[in-house]
Design a binder for this molecule. Structure first.
Ligand SMILES: [Zn+2]
Length: 122
């Protein structure tokens, strides 16, 4: 086909690479923002639980829903943290919080076993 198509192809390849890098950075900050949001919400829900219990202690059963909401958000945070670590190619030691290369199974600082998948992330 014409040379213009070829040039167009090269140009879009280049911009795709740039986009991917930018995407990675924005993905990371997006995730960090989402984690911060979930953490904030959890604090608000904790406050809601306290307020509800203070005003209507007889409605203690209703507080279960709040607790489940917190659990769901915590799981979400765990997943996002794992995603973040995978993007950076690292694992966080559950014992000493050191950043360790993801290829290792044990922490080089304290020797603790590192999480193998998102379920193990603390
Ligand atoms: Zn460690």
């Amino acid at each position: 086909m014409s040379i213009f198509n070829k040039i167009g192809g090269v140009a879009s390849d280049v911009s795709r690479n740039v986009n991917e890098k930018t995407k990675n950075i924005s993905d990371t900050s997006n995730l960090k923002r989402k984690i911060a949001y979930e953490e904030e919400r959890i604090m608000e829900i904790f406050a809601d639980i306290g307020r509800t219990y203070y005003k209507t202690p007889e409605k203690v059963d209703e507080l279960k829903a709040y607790c489940e909401d917190i659990d769901t958000r915590k799981k979400r945070i765990k997943k996002m943290r794992f995603e973040l670590q995978t993007m950076k190619g690292v694992k966080i030691c559950p014992n000493c919080q050191s950043e360790v290369d993801e290829k290792f199974q044990f922490c080089g600082v304290c020797g603790a076993k590192l999480p193998a998948n998102e379920d193990d992330v603390v």
